[in-house]
Design a binder for this molecule. Structure first.
Ligand code: ZN
Ligand code: ZN
Length: 354
């Protein structure tokens, strides 16, 4: 399997972002990404998916869409739609009809910023997901970097502090998003977790202060989704798009906060008698399963089973757990950065079945 670093969920002037697709591709090249996925609000922008190059480096820019019902007040239930072959915004009035439409259009859907509380100090509303009775989504955006910024804005002074100190913002997914994910998994669902930046590079001002909030390149070095594809990207846009969307749909992925230290190289696998499973896969425990975790560097590693702490290792690079118990196993890794313990890696689950 080849590890590919993807930054997804961002906006351009087609909705409320500042940079064009080609500027985004340039920022992604600088940050060393493999893939960026642009998702403007309620518009599927055609004709811009391509490899963008700088010397011998390249980045694949893909285009999806973030769809929500603009007539709804407040404007909750944002859905990230990837790989769909047509415009789906007209179906936004009903989240289930929208999800059915995504399937018909051969797309995949992720619930965007499932927990996104209001920030009254800066006049931002709660835009969490509410329609939890729907079916047919691949997963959810467990960690949304921009929503997390919102949760830090207790006052306007906090807004100024974090606008000038963006490296101090990220600590991990919202605890309620983690709780919701574990709850869905405990119902026997297969729910893929992804991390998104929700990059806009908005211009903000407070009195005489003007500042671009988090340039795209900053986001691209922060919360990324690392995916695993069965063969290296070939350079053919159609073929590579298929590999990437397939890996996302299967949950062959983890969320890495790459700012404290690169998370490339993290692995969580399960070895059975004659089989192996990657994150997102099922494996049978009939003759026992060995769960193996490899960290890119020494850190604090937690193995969870069915949403509950099972085992923790400190200052370790490799961790192993042998089990014959069915369950949903996932990994969280923490590291210290700028004086604080912060979430560093969140794996997708391995589903150990009977
Ligand atoms: Zn949104
Ligand atoms: Zn967005």
């Amino acid at each position: 399997m080849d590890e590919i670093i993807v930054n997804l969920h961002m906006h351009t002037p087609y909705s409320d972002g500042q940079s064009t697709h080609s500027e985004i591709a340039r920022a992604a090249l600088k940050a060393g990404l493999d893939v960026v996925i642009v998702t403007d609000h309620n518009v599927l922008v055609n004709g811009l998916e391509d490899y963008y190059r700088d010397g011998d480096r390249r980045v694949l820019l893909l285009v999806g869409e973030e769809v929500h019902d603009q007539a709804r007040d407040p404007q909750k239930n944002h859905l990230l739609v990837l790989g769909a072959n047509r415009e789906l915004a007209p179906l936004a009035y009903d989240p289930q009809i929208l999800l059915d439409g995504v399937k018909k259009a051969d797309g995949i859907a992720f619930i965007a910023h499932p927990v996104d509380p209001a920030a009254p100090a800066v006049g931002e509303a709660d835009i969490s997901w509410e329609a939890w009775d729907v079916q047919g989504y691949a997963g959810l955006e467990l960690w949304n970097a921009f929503s997390e910024f919102k949760t830090r804005l207790k006052t306007r002074l906090h807004a100024v502090f974090y606008a000038y100190n963006p490296r101090r913002i990220a600590r991990g997914p919202h605890p309620n998003a983690l709780r919701k994910w574990d709850e869905l998994l405990s119902q026997g669902r297969r729910v893929v977790a992804i991390g998104g930046s929700d990059a806009h590079a908005r211009l903000a001002s407070l009195g005489p202060l003007r500042r671009t909030l988090f340039p795209y390149e900053f986001h691209f070095r922060a919360v990324n989704t690392h995916i695993f594809v069965p063969s290296p990207l070939s350079g053919d846009v159609t073929e590579d798009r298929r590999l990437i969307l397939d890996a996302l749909a299967r949950g062959h992925a983890f969320i890495g906060y790459d700012l404290p230290a690169p998370t490339r190289g993290f692995r969580f696998t399960a070895q059975g008698k004659d089989c192996q499973a990657w994150m997102g896969d099922e494996i049978s425990c009939k003759s026992g399963v060995t769960l193996q975790i490899r960290l890119p560097r020494r850190a604090e590693c937690h193995l969870l089973k069915d949403g509950k702490a099972l085992k923790a290792w400190h200052n370790r690079e490799t961790c192993t757990h042998i089990t014959a118990e069915p369950g949903v196993y996932r990994v969280e890794v923490y590291t210290h950065y700028l004086g604080r313990r912060r979430g560093w890696i969140y794996s997708n689950p391995i589903y150990v079945i009977k």
